[in-house]
Write a protein that binds this ligand. Structure first.
Ligand SMILES: NC(=O)c1ccc[n+]([C@@H]2O[C@H](COP(=O)([O-])OP(=O)(O)OC[C@H]3O[C@@H](n4cnc5c(N)ncnc54)[C@H](O)[C@@H]3O)[C@@H](O)[C@H]2O)c1
Length: 330
């Protein structure tokens, strides 16, 4: 049985992963698990996301080595999936300190505490640490340029991305120096239910539903690749089942839109699925762009797709929006 510690499991992606893990079974076998969620419950964490999902919850900070150590020992943790982070770029531009603390120092404390525990209790065999990084560590790469592969040097352009690149580099160093059994995943933007209201898609939907103007940075020309959070959760489950370590994978969504096209798409689907005869047409407000707003993350996801197959990238944005608006679960 695998005993998995999920840091940041009360957050958006972490909670989808915990839910998926409870039921995941591939063509070959079920992933048999015992799940411990470790979360500080910042403004971004919410235990409602885990209601009805079997897990043990521990309230804790990843910067607190003593508490982590006690949890690792108490539950005999064999696997760690590390989602916990400060994750919102705009907040990092306003104040980068919490990002450096949690994303960099927190990751360092976590890997060193886990490493000590595993070394003291039999070594690295059948142990796995999955570090959740991001495609933002590559910085902006245009469609006309060669896409970033896993060996492309990191070039982060905002404080959030800098903190994630530092954490990513710490894990890489640990793999190279100590053969620490870690895997690094750099995914594109995720979409799905229960994302924090401050993020791009929930913000558009909330404005639309409440008849508020929809704010768009600059002219909305920035391009983003979108990945279903449920597909991502399934991919992580599969990588646990495969017991892969020592690798870096880009996890690239299949659907790419400019921000303004995404807004138009959501407006179109919302209009098709809701009858609003008395309401006015949605209004878009263009607001001054962020400094150094990355234009596009042109990233090559073929390494992972060759390994596990295209079938893990199956969900579509359009279906997600249809379902969301038709069931009025926004
Ligand atoms: N959301 C995306 O589109 C996306 C894309 C690529 C990578 N990522 C990465 O995926 C991970 C999860 O992202 P998300 O969108 O679910 O984030 P989120 O902000 O929704 O959740 C973060 C979780 O971490 C917890 N947390 C924060 N600081 C903590 C600390 N010091 N100790 C313990 N817990 C702490 C929060 O309470 C919250 O539950 C992050 O590492 C993020 O960088 C996210």
């Amino acid at each position: 049985m695998k005993r998995i510690l999920v840091t940041g499991g009360a957050g958006f992606i972490g909670s989808h992963f915990v839910k998926k893990l409870c039921t995941y079974s591939s063509d070959f076998e079920k992933v048999d698990t015992h799940i411990v969620v470790y979360d500080k419950l910042t403004y971004a964490g919410d235990l409602k996301r885990l209601e009805g999902v079997p897990h043990i919850f521990v309230h804790g900070d990843i910067c607190d080595g003593e508490r982590l150590n006690a949890v690792l020992r108490k539950y005999g943790i064999t696997h760690v999936v590390h989602f916990a982070a400060e994750s919102h770029v705009d907040r990092s531009i306003a104040d980068q300190a919490p990002f450096m603390r949690t994303n960099v120092l927190g990751t360092e404390v976590l890997i060193e505490t886990v490493d000590r525990f595993w070394r003291e209790t039999g070594g690295y065999e059948h142990r796995q640490f999955i570090h959740i990084s991001t495609d933002e560590v590559y910085g902006s790469i245009l469609q006309s340029e060669k896409p970033a592969s896993e060996t492309t040097p990191l070039n982060p352009m905002n404080p959030y991305a800098v903190s994630k690149a530092k954490a990513d580099a710490l894990v890489q160093h640990k793999i190279k120096r100590d053969h620490f059994p870690a895997l690094i995943l750099r995914s594109s933007n995720n979409y799905g239910l229960n994302q924090n209201a401050e993020k791009f898609i929930p913000r558009i939907i909330n404005c639309l539903v409440n008849n508020h103007p929809i704010p768009v940075y600059g002219k909305g020309a920035q391009m983003r690749c979108w990945l279903s959070v449920e597909d991502y959760a399934e991919i992580i489950c599969e990588l646990i089942r495969l017991e892969l370590i020592g690798e870096i994978f880009n996890v690239v969504g299949e659907e790419t839109y400019s921000n303004i096209d995404m807004v138009m798409k959501i407006i179109e689907i919302f209009g098709q699925s809701v009858s609003r005869p008395t309401e006015r047409q949605p209004e878009i407000t263009f607001v001054p762009d962020r400094a150094q707003h990355d234009f596009y993350y042109h990233v090559d996801g073929s390494k992972l797709k060759c390994l596990i197959g295209e079938r893990y990238f199956k969900r579509r944005l359009e279906n997600y929006f249809m379902e969301l608006f038709l069931t009025a679960s926004v």
